[in-house]
Write a protein that binds this ligand. Structure first.
Ligand code: GAP
Length: 551
């Protein structure tokens, strides 16, 4: 699939626009148009329904975007949430050092293969193949002049965040943008959080941050929810909301942007049960994507190796999707142990432990005790005297991006096929995500057909997002809805006037069948709920001929 085609369809059909486009756009920010806003809302609502409302062990939150700055000290974002950055003094470009690759060729084209002390260095953002692709001509020229020694001339592949690169070599690396040499700074740490100031003064005391993740709002409210929410472990808190990261190289459309939405769960459980819940959530979240149409062979669950894990994590997995630009993370699921609550307990000075009253009540008689105080007193001096009744819960965190999910579902839905001898673009969304569920058309604008069609449209509109279109050839109207991803078309035609039935058309198969007027709402409901698409009762050839009216 060609990413450019998808981006162009998204623009053309009003799914996604570059932000502030009339001013030339702003890198890393995107706007969702009339169809895009419905698509993303449907994805978020499905996530919320399935992960919060339909579960007895989940509740929701909606926290403020700007929080007390100490939250970000406790979470480690002030100290550690940074990327190594390289600046070009010439073109003022800024690049992530860990995403820059340089190829170093030793030049032996001197007389009798003498070595030129200055190697030839090429660079690009990306991997070795990207450097080779962007510098094909120069590399070929170099190889020709070194033909006799090609084997021994390299290249060495280096990443710009490698601190062992000598100053001499570093000075030869060209800027990946303007190609000037000797203009790149050494990598410097750059914090990804957007800063702002609260109130009228702009000084250190007023400094605050736009949240880089929704997770910390959940941790900061853990005690509030326990005290008021009638919850007991194991239970989780879900939140959907905007996050902001000053990404250095926003790229791949909405995959990596500077303002995006997250859908995060923090699931709190007893330390002894965290491994079990980690596996549970990893599998649950993977299946959620499959259920909603991502083909399982384009999805992968990648367990992190031990050396990739954060020091507090005993398990992390990424759900990865094969996007047109490569296999990349869609969602991460991490067993974060007690790290986050412990940090917030330390920084806030508030007790964030959990007391499992049910377990204590069940066990106390067997222990021969009447009060928990006695239990703790008996274990005085131990590291966790209240354990296993009082503890800092362990946390399993399934953390998804709403925009990344939207992109994956768009990529998966995008299809080009042939109908009536013509190529059509169609977005085959899961009906739950489709922005418009059905479109209603009068075949022609006369004989009372528009009035009948509008009555059906009004009736359906009370139940689902629907669309009415009476302009142009019917084939062209079908095609516009195919591009919008509308699963069903309903046409009022000549036969409707005689027998009060309408033509239903299925987006994916283009099959057509008839439904009595009185049963239209129920028929759409059944189809949206996954009911089978009836077999065609209209000859395929006639339907296809009508579709070719599109031209
Ligand atoms: N609380 C954990 C956390 O934020 P993360 O891996 O940094 O973990 C989780 O982010 C998810 O948020 C990612 O899997 C991705 O879907 C989404 N995400 C992160 N950065 C993003 C960006 N710059 N643009 C779009 N989505 C992003």
């Amino acid at each position: 699939m060609d990413m450019d085609k998808l981006v162009s369809l998204c623009k053309r059909r009003g799914f996604i626009f570059p932000s502030s486009e009339i001013y030339g756009g702003i890198n890393g920010f995107w706007d969702y148009g009339p169809l895009g806003v419905e698509l993303k809302r449907n994805i978020k609502e499905a996530w919320w329904r399935d992960n919060v409302q339909m579960r007895d062990d989940m509740v929701g939150l909606d926290c403020s975007i700007i929080m007390h700055p100490k939250v970000w000290e406790a979470s480690g974002h002030v100290g550690g949430f940074s990327d190594p950055m390289v600046d070009c003094r010439e073109c003022k470009g800024r690049f992530r050092a860990d995403q820059m690759t340089a190829l170093v060729f030793t030049d032996r084209s001197g007389p009798q293969g003498a070595t030129n002390p200055r190697p030839l260095v090429f660079s690009a953002i990306g991997e070795r193949e990207d450097v080779e692709r962007e510098n094909t001509k120069a590399i070929e020229k170099f190889k020709k002049s070194n033909a006799a020694q090609a084997e021994s001339s390299g290249p060495d592949v280096i990443r710009l965040d490698n601190l062992a690169i000598t100053d001499e070599l570093y000075a030869l690396v060209p800027c990946p943008s303007c190609k000037a040499r000797g203009t790149l700074t050494r990598p410097r740490s750059f914090n990804l959080m957007f800063e702002t100031n609260i109130g009228a003064l702009e000084d250190a005391s007023s400094k605050a941050y736009l949240r880089p993740e929704t997770a910390q709002g959940i941790f900061a409210n853990f005690k509030n929810v326990v005290d008021t929410g009638r919850v007991k472990t194991p239970f989780g808190i879900g939140q959907i909301g905007k996050s902001f990261r000053n990404e250095i190289n926003p790229r791949n459309f909405i995959f990596r942007s500077r303002e995006f939405e997250q859908m995060e769960i923090e699931f709190f459980c007893h330390p002894e049960e965290s491994a079990k819940w980690y596996q549970y959530w990893r599998d649950q979240r993977f299946q959620w994507y499959v259920r909603h149409g991502l083909r399982s062979d384009r999805l992968r669950l990648r367990e992190h190796d031990a050396n990739e894990l954060a020091f507090y994590s005993t398990g992390t997995a990424d759900i990865e999707y094969s996007f047109p630009f490569g296999v990349s993370e869609l969602e991460g699921i991490a067993n974060r142990g007690s790290y986050d609550l412990t940090q917030h307990q330390k920084f806030s000075g508030k007790d964030l432990s959990y007391f499992d009253e049910e377990r204590w009540e069940r066990d106390k008689a067997g222990l021969g005790l009447t009060s928990f105080k006695e239990y703790v007193k008996k274990r005085e001096g131990e590291e966790k005297p209240g354990y296993p009744y009082q503890y800092i819960p362990h946390v399993i965190e399934p953390s998804a991006g709403a925009d990344r999910a939207t992109l994956a579902f768009l990529c998966e839905a995008y299809n080009e096929d042939e109908v009536g001898g013509e190529v059509r673009n169609v977005l085959k969304f899961h009906p739950r995500f489709a922005p418009i569920k059905a479109a209603v058309f009068p075949l022609v604008k006369k004989d009372g057909m528009p009035e009948k069609a509008e009555a059906i449209y009004r009736d359906l509109q009370r139940h689902f997002p629907v669309f009415f279109d009476e302009k142009g050839a019917i084939g062209r109207r079908y095609r516009r809805q195919d591009e919008a991803g509308t699963p069903f078309g309903i046409t009022v035609d000549g036969q409707t006037l005689t027998d009060d039935t309408v033509t239903f058309r299925d987006r994916d198969s283009c099959r057509q069948w008839r439904v009595p007027l009185a049963g239209v709402v129920q028929a759409v409901r059944d189809l949206l709920e996954g009911g089978p698409v009836p077999s065609a009762d209209r000859p395929a050839a006639a339907a296809a001929a009508e579709e070719s009216d599109a031209t």
